[in-house]
Write a protein of this length. Sequence first.
Length: 70
Amino acid sequence: MARSTWSDALGSHKRLRVLREAMQALIKNNIAHLPDRYEKLSALNNRPVYALDVTYQTESTHFYPIHPSP
């Protein structure tokens, strides 16, 4: 995938299709081989858990750092 911001990458239908195919394969592989680290947390009540990478990209034109208050 071309180096670009997340939004730019998904703006291309071809790159979006490639990303979706890759993500489906990764999810299928992870479900089969990685442990569910949250299965014993009863507070989740079988809710799905998603992991996100929220790293700031300083090269992005929409980069506005947001830091939690102390």
